[in-house]
Unconditional design. Structure first.
Length: 733
């Protein structure tokens, strides 16, 4: 019998009769319930706010760290481009339309630390936009009131500020100015990589010559880079160096700078490359979700020490409201966070010093607040502060609504429908055992299943909808158990397989290496490895790339077997052909009768001798780009796939190497990848990309190929694993 019929006959059996109205003290009980509910909601809201605030600030901190890494890579690229330009032969004179030449100030004008961005010779501002310049959204001056004034720039030009004593006429024949003018192309590439983060790119040489990208409508004549904090920091410390937030001279925007040294052809330091980034661009995504009402403060804080040597929390920069939104202001000297909760501030300072994130409750600006913080750099953290009153605003509204609803419900029920309420109470007590018992049992079993008890079952003997639901539940549990076990097994297999691939390529003098593998399933059959050899082969590097037939778990297991066979055999004496023959012999015995096989390209490189030997087990030949000829040839040798014939023999090929050559070894998942139209990526496309990106190094080739593959296939998934190894031959270290 259906539940609705059970309830119908139950209700029909009840005799409804008038009863004496009874008024109780339910209002007090309901009011007490409302107070308890509001109290629990408030506690829950605070706990939830702490969790959300912490996750939010940690996400922002991770994003900030990612952007800083991008800028560090960008400034390293800028420094490398400057070093290459200075070391290159003297280039021809640049196109005058590409360069804005500015002479240094005359005697008596002096130099300043300020950037002087956008200032002309005669006025503070440039009212008209010069030819070739344009107003871009990210380039403007910012007044203390937040008013924005456009700052014309030219993204297709570069500014050269000449050293003292050099005139614009002299610069045309100066080799150094011609070389720095050549930074326009790499500066555009860096700007495309870093986007709005690379606000200004500055290359300052110790001779006084300086390049600024993008070019400015005004001439930065009074800027002395040698006095800038980022210049001094880069000259004192190795690698990309970050300096504290400060006002970006000439724009009024708070900015940070990352800089690095520039080495001359003789190895000595000849200058500094720097990128200036406005803090509001670096922290563009630091905003609060809609469930935090009111004002939320965002701060950059550091851990310092007070006069007694105790940890002290200091504000380095803070967000402020401007006429056109939000901006940031930096302190000339870090200022203590204004709060009377000294113990809490000390605890936060200790967390920031250790790089630990967290959420703590403190008094800020005289109000009870929640402060969430997460590490952004060594001894630095991003902090966001929300007042508890704003968090509990929703709780107060809920409490008021609940109280009003309870009052209306009590009045209405007491005066009009007391009899109906009593009847419903009686019905609920009478029907609960018959109706709710199986539902409660099903709920309890579902809770056990959610907690991981896949043996949970319910009594499903009833012939109604609840009984049918119980039978479905009983059939679902074992299927879900099997699915979870399979998922866990696949996840573990994927983790193990990825751990077998090299985390990073080894550093080998005379070579730069790059490699990556993308699987179309959780596990794959592609494999690559770098093996520094020992014994008779000491000083050589073995490189292997294999492709197992098919993909998935079975292919991953065969790949693991091949790796285990190749590694110890490669270290023993023998040519690459002999190594493949021995590996093939053992592998064929393992896969006999399964129909499984794999292809493998194996190469041994001797960097000092600039020579390589290789063998090919049915794999596609490697591609070698030679800059001397601009051509790409194939490194090939005879040999069938591994696992097919136990006594197969493999030819050993040889190759002479020269600086600038780039070798690409890949699996067929790259050139056989198809787009939505069924078109294959192809080897011709692969060769074109290799030739174009080879001058930029191994990593650039790897990134260019994967980027082209992603753009080519669009939304189409990978049908096969894709693995690439790129070897660039360089000068000996």
């Amino acid at each position: 019998m259906r539940i609705r019929w059970k309830l119908f006959w139950l209700l029909a059996a009840i005799s409804l009769a008038p009863i004496v109205l009874l008024r109780t003290n339910s209002l007090f009980a309901l009011q007490h319930l409302a107070d308890k509910l509001a109290e629990r909601v408030a506690a829950q809201l605070v706990t939830e706010a702490e969790t959300r605030l912490r996750r939010l600030v940690e996400d922002h901190a991770r994003l900030l760290d990612s952007r800083r890494k991008t800028l560090s890579v960008a400034v390293a690229m800028q420094g490398l481009a400057a070093e290459n330009a200075l070391a290159a032969p003297e280039p021809p004179a640049p196109d005058p339309d590409d360069v804005v030449t500015v002479e240094a100030p005359g005697p008596g004008m002096g130099m300043s630390m300020g950037m002087g961005m956008g200032r002309s010779h005669d006025a503070e501002t440039t009212p008209d936009i010069p030819a070739g310049f344009e107003n871009l959204p990210d380039y403007f001056r910012l007044s203390p009131a937040g008013t924005q004034t456009p700052l014309p720039v030219a993204p297709d030009r570069i500014t050269l500020r000449l050293p003292a004593g050099m005139t614009a006429g002299d610069s045309k024949d100066a080799p150094e100015t011609r070389r720095l003018a050549g930074l326009l192309v790499p500066s555009r590439r860096i700007a495309a990589l870093a986007g709005r983060l690379a606000h200004f790119q500055i290359t300052a040489l110790s001779s006084g010559l300086m390049a600024i990208y993008p070019a400015l409508a005004g001439a930065p004549r009074r800027f002395d880079p040698s006095r800038a904090p980022w210049y001094r920091a880069a000259m004192e410390l190795p690698g990309p160096v970050w300096t504290a937030p400060q006002a970006e001279p000439g724009t009024g925007r708070i900015a940070v700078a990352v800089s690095c040294r520039i080495a001359g052809p003789d190895g000595g330091t000849v200058g500094v490359a720097a990128i200036l980034t406005p803090l509001d661009a670096l922290l563009a995504s630091v905003s609060m979700p809609s469930h935090f009402s009111g004002s939320v403060r965002s701060l950059l804080v550091i851990s310092g020490r007070d006069t007694a040597g105790r940890p002290e929390l200091m504000i380095e920069a803070g967000q402020k409201h401007l006429e056109h939104g939000h901006g940031w202001h930096a302190f000339v000297r870090p200022s203590p966070l204004p709060s009377p909760d000294t113990a809490t501030l000390t605890a936060i300072a200790e967390d920031v010093e250790k790089g630990v994130s967290g959420v703590r409750r403190l008094t800020y600006d005289g109000r009870d607040s929640l402060a969430a913080y997460a590490r952004t750099a060594e001894g630095e953290a991003l902090m966001q502060i929300a007042t508890v009153a704003d968090v509990l605003a929703a709780s107060r509204a809920v409490a008021d609504d609940v109280e009003d609803s309870i009052t209306r419900l009590f009045t209405f029920g007491t005066v009009i429908v007391v009899a109906v309420m009593l009847a419903l109470v009686f019905i609920s007590f009478s029907a609960s055992r018959a109706v709710t018992r199986p539902i409660r049992a099903l709920t309890d079993a579902a809770g056990k299943l959610a907690d991981g008890d896949f043996d949970a079952r319910v009594d499903a003997t009833a012939r109604d909808e609840i009984g049918e639901l119980g039978r479905v539940f009983n059939a679902l549990a074992p299927r879900l158990k099997a699915h979870v076990r399979l998922s866990e097994t696949m996840a573990l297999a994927s983790e193990i397989q990825h751990s077998l691939l090299p985390a990073t390529p080894p550093e080998v003098p005379g070579l730069t290496l790059a490699a990556a593998s993308r699987y179309c399933d959780e596990t794959g059959g592609d494999y690559y490895d770098f093996l520094p050899l020992e014994g008779e082969k000491a000083g050589r590097l073995a490189v292997a790339l294999g492709d197992v037939s098919g993909h998935g778990l079975e292919a991953a297991l065969l790949m693991t077997t091949a790796r285990a066979l190749l590694r110890p055999r490669a270290k023993r004496p023998g040519t690459p052909g002999e190594v493949l023959a021995d590996v093939n012999r053992e592998l064929t015995r393992d896969v006999y009768g399964t129909g499984r096989f794999m292809t493998l390209f194996y190469m041994e490189i001797d960097p000092p001798a600039r020579a390589a030997t290789f063998a090919r087990g049915g794999h596609d030949p490697a591609m070698r780009y030679d800059p001397a000829t601009g051509r790409i040839d194939a490194l090939t040798a005879r040999g069938i796939a591994l696992g097919v014939a136990e006594e197969a023999r493999f030819e050993t090929g040889t190759a002479d190497l020269a600086p600038g050559q780039v070798i690409l070894i890949g699996s067929d998942g790259l050139w056989e990848a198809e787009n939505a139209a069924g078109e294959m990526f192809g080897k011709d496309r692969t060769r074109d990309i290799l030739a174009k990106s080879a001058p930029d190094g191994a990593k650039a080739v790897l990134e260019a190929l994967f980027a082209a593959l992603d753009a080519f296939r669009g939304a189409s998934p990978l049908d096969d694993d894709v693995t690439l190894v790129v070897i660039a031959v360089t000068e000996q270290a």
